[in-house]
Design a protein around this ligand. Structure first.
Ligand code: F6R
Length: 364
């Protein structure tokens, strides 16, 4: 039931504060992760893991890419990420003490299942992060963590993605405990996670300004998304959302790659959307943005509240509310979801059932 909402996608975007509560429920308490959430056998597995291989498709793959940054930074063990349709068809090299982590909203994606089946006998253990209890992926994996996002009807994934990110942060904490992650840092991360429901509620207040911004895209045929570090996969996910539901050709690049090719495409017909990092990379991003401006490109910047990026001729800025840096990938996702939604509504596409796409890709 869509209730007051015009589309399931919008309803599901607006459900995210509640979904954040659902994915955290019973998984954290008194500033700590409750590791039992992964099942009784999980502790022994986590003790032995020396590297993580993530496999997924589409939006779930983008969640996996975010997790790579987290795992290598906070756990300090190698983490590889690959799309399932490639992984399953090549002779992959996997050390025995690998944790194979699959991500899937449906738990029925053919390529992801095939990737699991192809290597499950060669790894230490398999963990599925999934939204559908009892799905094939969950049944066939050693361990599982449900994202508890509730049924997702819109073909374009929204709440499933943000809940996967939370589940991945919980997984990172579980692994980090065995390695470099201090108890203090864990408490800090958990405290940040506890802010998520309220934070996403605040982010929804950006809906109006984002709807206004969307008018700039309705007549465009292309768009470029830029991000750095953990916001690079967020830019990829933003580009995927826009192309899926508005049929505008969109690509994402790590901001530093701009001058290595895509800058050649930039002119006034190519809007550039940047998700601005808050670390020392901001100055570099600003330099990229100037290059875009110099070529007449219109810029749309999503920035942290403390960032000194001012709106000016051809530069539109939306500031996010104050939030812990660790939540950036989750927080910056929501405004990008709203942007693609409003552009699609302006274009009059079938938002919940984009052409040529199926919600669950159970065949190759
Ligand atoms: C994008 C989208 C798809 C899915 C992909 C994997 O909005 O929905 O890219 O993310 O088909 O599906 P799951 O997560 O069910 O394995």
């Amino acid at each position: 039931e869509k209730g007051e909402f015009r589309h399931f996608m919008l309803k599901e975007i607006y459900e995210q504060p509640r979904v954040m509560q659902a994915v955290l429920e019973g998984r954290i308490a008194s500033g700590h992760l409750l590791e039992q959430a992964f099942g009784a056998a999980a502790g022994a597995v986590f003790d032995q893991v020396k590297q993580v291989q993530i496999v997924a498709c589409g939006t779930s793959f983008h969640a996996g890419m975010v997790a790579k940054y987290w795992i290598e930074e906070w756990v300090g063990i190698p983490c590889m990420v690959e799309v399932a349709s490639e992984f399953r068809y090549r002779p992959v090299v996997l050390p025995r003490d690998t944790l194979l982590l699959t991500l899937s909203q449906s738990g029925e994606t053919a390529d992801t299942l095939a990737a699991l089946r192809a290597v499950q006998d060669r790894v230490l253990a398999t963990l599925a992060i999934c939204n559908v209890p009892g799905s094939s992926l969950v049944r066939e994996s050693d361990l599982s963590l449900m994202t508890n996002a509730g049924p997702e009807i819109g073909v374009a994934s929204t709440k499933a993605f943000t809940s996967q990110l939370v589940a991945l942060m919980l997984t990172t904490i579980a692994l980090g405990r065995r390695h470099g992650l201090s108890g203090e840092r864990e408490t800090e991360l958990v405290a940040a996670l506890e802010q998520l429901p309220g934070l996403l509620q605040q982010l929804l207040a950006l809906d109006g300004p984002i709807e206004e911004m969307s008018a700039h895209f309705a007549e465009k045929h292309h768009a470029l998304f830029l991000g750095r570090n953990v916001l690079y996969p967020v830019a990829m996910e933003g580009a995927l959302k826009l192309k899926e539901i508005s049929y505008i050709h969109a690509e994402a690049y790590p901001a530093g790659e701009l001058k290595h090719g895509p800058l050649a495409l930039v002119d006034k017909e190519m809007p550039v959307i940047a998700v601005a990092p808050r670390n020392g990379m901001l100055d570099k991003l600003k330099a990229n943005l100037q290059e875009v401006r110099a070529r007449g490109g219109e810029l749309f910047v999503f920035a942290g509240c403390d960032q000194s990026i001012q709106a000016q001729e051809g530069v539109h800025v939306i500031h996010l509310p104050a939030l812990p840096a660790v939540l950036d990938p989750i927080a910056f996702t929501l405004p990008l979801q709203l942007l693609s939604y409003h552009v699609a509504v302006l274009k009059g596409t079938d938002v919940d059932q984009p052409r040529n796409l199926a919600k669950s890709v159970t065949v190759e």
